[in-house]
Write a protein of this length. Structure first.
Length: 161
């Protein structure tokens, strides 16, 4: 969905990775968990930190900082796992996104969201729905369904089985 597809006010959960603020549509967020014991799964990509037990279900945990080419998330009192639903090819996958901290839920009007920047042709910015303005700062609005490729999600789903 492009910025042109954002026609109504939407609530977004904002969270921090390093010094950057990102946002997710709250409709995609199931819950927010305190950091817990993450079990490492062998032969998975670096950005996949492992799996957690969420009320009897195995949920893969992704380090969003590593996924976006940043340094590994360091565990602090604010570190949390944002449990999200990702849709790919008609399937819904539940996964945990490791974030430095959760900020707040904000409402953004369509007119306060600009198109994502086009940075040449080699950089894929499809996963950025737009740049929202909140209190005079930019927030990158993620399309969580496009953050992971179908191959990456297949690996993640395999680890959760």
């Amino acid at each position: 969905m492009s910025v042109a597809g954002i026609t109504e006010t939407v609530q977004y959960l904002t969270f921090k990775l390093s010094d950057e603020v990102f946002a997710l549509d709250v409709a995609k967020v199931r819950e927010i968990l305190e950091i817990t014991n993450i079990t490492k799964v062998p032969q998975t990509p670096d950005f996949m930190r492992g799996v957690i037990n969420l009320r009897g279900s195995v949920v893969p945990v992704i380090d969003m900082r590593l996924k976006f080419g940043m340094s590994e998330t360091e565990q602090t009192v604010n570190t949390c796992i944002i449990v999200v639903e990702v849709n790919m090819d008609g399937d819904t996958t539940v996964l945990g996104a490791l974030a430095d901290s959760v900020q707040e839920v904000v409402e953004m009007e369509p007119e306060s969201i600009e198109a994502s920047p086009h940075i040449g042709t080699k950089l894929n910015t499809d996963f950025i729905r737009g740049m929202g303005k909140v209190d005079c700062r930019f927030v990158m609005i993620l399309d969580i369904d496009k953050v992971f490729s179908s191959d990456e999600l297949a690996v993640v789903q395999g680890a959760g089985d």
